[in-house]
Write a new protein. Structure first.
Length: 283
């Protein structure tokens, strides 16, 4: 992304070679259409060219879903690249623009900034400890014993799902304590059959579990909570070449389950977006 931003910022010239037409790049990055009314956030309402958005600093932006941005600011000779997942936040990209404009631009100088070892160490510590937070809430329910390994058969649906089941178990945490005192942490396993093939997704309660999301083979990190004794919510963060999330909410009845699915990702996971209903096998 940064290399592409460099190519466009230098009007198609790299290492003395003119790879793209400068006049075309100037036209493509110009204000050819208004976006003020349709823009999802303030900083994306400054106009549009050929696949380039204008910004309020006299530059332009390559805009990808969920905060994948290449921002060029010619007055600062600055290219800023971000990767993010803002798809679950209305107008979430504005947080990125505000951080750039408010926290970085005011401190750019022609001369090097004075050394600040304390702030530098604080920044390194923050970066080293960045992580996705697991869902916060109730991690146990008496219902787990009732639905453990119970097969729910789905009513006919357009997605291709035919059954769901669950496993709940305790997994030892990695610890330096003796084996007989190793702490346990609750986990879950979601099993489902889609288009006649069986798949499984693991998740943690109070912590994240990573794995490979089947069908699309994208790495994920997942956790779950119990909204109430009979309602389980599980969120899968997609953290691979694609960025987004897949959400499941299971509302258990006496002999049935209602499943709400939502995907927040532009290109994949279309099966995981809608409602399902299932009943216990042989009921």
């Amino acid at each position: 992304m940064l290399r592409f931003g460099y190519l466009i910022a230098h009007e198609g010239m790299v290492d003395g070679k003119q790879l793209l037409s400068p006049s075309y790049i100037r036209e493509a990055t110009s204000h050819l259409a208004d976006t003020l009314v349709t823009a999802p956030c303030r900083s994306e309402g400054c106009g549009y060219g050929y696949q380039f958005w204008r910004n309020e600093k006299g530059g332009y932006v390559c805009y990808g879903m969920g905060g994948q941005l290449i921002i060029f600011l010619p007055d600062y000779n600055l290219i800023c690249v971000t990767t993010a997942d803002t798809q679950g936040i209305g107008g979430g990209n504005q947080l990125i623009y505000d951080a750039l404009y408010d926290e970085i631009l005011p401190f750019i100088r022609k001369e090097p900034l004075p050394e600040d070892k304390k702030s530098h160490c604080e920044l390194l510590t923050t970066l080293e400890n960045l992580e996705i937070a697991p869902l916060s809430g109730t991690v146990t329910s008496p219902l787990t014993k009732k639905v453990q390994q119970v097969c729910y058969l789905c009513e006919e649906n357009d997605f291709g799902f035919s059954e769901f089941s669950f496993d709940f178990y305790d997994k030892p945490l990695v610890s330096d304590t003796p084996n007989n005192t190793t702490p346990q942490t609750p986990c879950g396993m979601l099993h489902f059959t889609l288009h006649g093939k069986s798949y499984s997704l693991s998740f943690g309660f109070g912590h994240l579990v990573t794995g490979d999301f089947p069908i699309y083979h994208q790495k994920y990190a997942a956790s779950g909570i119990w909204f109430s004794e009979d309602t389980l919510y599980v969120k899968f963060h997609i953290i691979d070449a694609y960025v987004g999330s897949v959400h499941f909410e299971f509302c258990f009845g006496e002999c049935d389950v209602t499943i709400f699915m939502k995907k927040q990702e532009e290109s994949l996971f279309h099966e995981f977006n809608g409602h399902l209903y299932g009943v216990i096998e042989n009921k």
